[in-house]
Design a protein around this ligand. Structure first.
Ligand SMILES: *[C@@H]1O[C@H](CO)[C@@H](O)[C@H](O)[C@H]1NC(C)=O
Length: 444
């Protein structure tokens, strides 16, 4: 599977557009320097259909399977591709048809295999499964070998779909636990029974490793390519928010200033470790937590902290110039990942909300069709590039040991709500001006 993506990536990295290149048009397909720039939907569908002596380019298969859903339902595409593949072998002579279909069958199986492995969620649709079954019957009349390949592919697909289903249940259960915030944490006094993060884990590197476990779990499944490209985002976004609130809660909770300062320093170390690992999403969540106003207003506490390291990290994640510092760091991590020898070096966890925003604006900000009705394939290449990179990142297996106690704490320990955070913050360091006094009064 990884081969599909990496070959797609090599293709993209070559760069496709030259300023004064050659433009050519073949029927319904327009090329610029040998790269497809636009075509009619019909021609694009035909371009996906294998024949006895043709199989579509891998990067094309990936790009079109990914983005054709902007124009037609995957089920419709699959029916048409299978139909065309069978029909174009017909000559009127039954025996000849059979021989010719036997030659094309392995290629059709290959195409369907790429489809089921790259976009398994498409096959949650019953009609897709039925079409797959029909093709299996059809192939069975041709040759034994392809029929077996179809059966194996279907079994792998069913396994993968059931794993996705189990994952969804696990995430739903996890969200339920996180939502049932015990009433005990309503105030700072009552939080006495709650243990703090450093009593569960004193080692910043280990904590960053456990955060990475959680991120990779979400990243592995929460991006699901569907009608609107990406789905199941909510669970992952909830996790980001939870981590920010957890960081803020841990800092606002301790009664003693010295203790709060120590927690801030600890989270700076955790953020640094996340950066080193390539876990930018947890890094950003931690920075967000530290910048929430109940935390940032604790001036006396911050005065006890050496913030040099934190300022460097904040600079890395600075939103100005369209996150240019972060994008550079992400490219660095991506390069490291591409030449990695260990699975630890392979880890790249992007700042997820930004990734989604980029894809969203690419999709919204650029027309899918040209005035002549052709599909703007340059846009589809670009979408595929962003998504394929992500698909490579999510294949990483987390190399770190799991620490169940720490994981449990991170995912389930109660956190303050926004109002509770403000109150806890005022208890730590009293209001400094009338505005803060008013704010505290209204919260009480
Ligand atoms: C920010 O950068 C990304 C990636 O280079 C790009 O796709 C996006 O259009 C940029 N956004 C703005 C507002 O410039």
């Amino acid at each position: 599977r990884s081969k599909t993506y990496s070959s797609a990536q090599q293709f993209y990295s070559k760069g496709r557009i030259y300023p004064h290149g050659v433009t050519a048009s073949y029927g319904e397909m327009c090329y610029h320097d040998n790269s497809l720039v636009s075509a009619s939907l019909e021609a694009l569908i035909q371009h996906l259909v294998p024949t006895v002596d043709y199989y579509p380019d891998r990067s094309y298969v990936f790009t079109f399977l990914l983005s054709s859903r902007l124009f037609l339902h995957p089920y419709e595409l699959m029916t048409r591709v299978c139909h065309l593949c069978v029909e174009q072998q017909r000559s009127g002579d039954a025996l000849l048809d059979k021989i010719r279909f036997r030659e094309v069958a392995p290629k059709l199986v290959q195409l369907l295999t790429e489809w089921t492995e790259t976009f398994p969620y498409d096959f949650r649709d019953e009609r897709m499964m039925r079409c797959l079954k029909d093709m299996t019957h059809h192939v069975a009349r041709g040759d034994e070998y392809s029929w077996r390949a179809m059966q194996q592919m279907t079994q792998r697909l069913i396994k993968r779909l059931s794993a996705l289903g189990q994952y969804e249940e696990a995430v739903a259960a996890l969200n339920t636990v996180a939502m049932e915030r015990p009433a005990s944490l309503k105030s700072k006094q009552a939080s006495g029974q709650r243990s703090d993060v450093m009593s569960v884990c004193e080692d910043a590197f280990i904590l960053a490793q456990q955060l990475t476990h959680i991120e990779l779990l979400f990243i592995g499944y929460s991006i699901i390519i569907r009608q609107n490209f990406i789905d199941n985002l909510e669970a992952y976004i909830n996790w980001f928010n939870r981590l920010s609130y957890l960081v803020a809660t841990e800092i606002c909770m301790p009664v003693k200033k010295k203790h709060r300062a120590r927690i801030i320093e600890f989270f700076i170390d955790v953020a640094q470790e996340c950066f080193n690992i390539g876990n930018f999403n947890s890094l950003m969540a931690i920075i967000t937590g530290m910048n929430m106003s109940p935390v940032s207003r604790l001036k006396k506490t911050w005065s006890k902290v050496n913030t040099d390291k934190f300022e460097i990290l904040e600079h890395q994640m600075d939103p100005s110039s369209n996150f240019s510092n972060y994008r550079t760091a992400l490219r660095g991590a991506t390069q490291r990942s591409e030449t990695a020898h260990s699975s630890q070096e392979k880890i790249v966890i992007p700042f997820f909300s930004l990734l989604i925003k980029d894809i969203y604006f690419l999709n919204e900000g650029c027309a899918s069709r040209l005035p002549n009705g052709h599909i703007n394939f340059e846009k589809l290449w670009e979408l595929a590039k962003q998504v394929s990179e992500f698909l490579v990142w999510r294949q990483v297996i987390c190399p770190f040991d799991r620490d169940r106690r720490v994981l449990q704490y991170l995912v389930t320990t109660p956190v303050f709500s926004e109002d509770e955070l403000h109150l806890a913050s005022y208890e730590s360091e009293g209001p400094e001006n009338n505005m803060e006094k008013d704010s505290r009064r209204s919260l009480r």
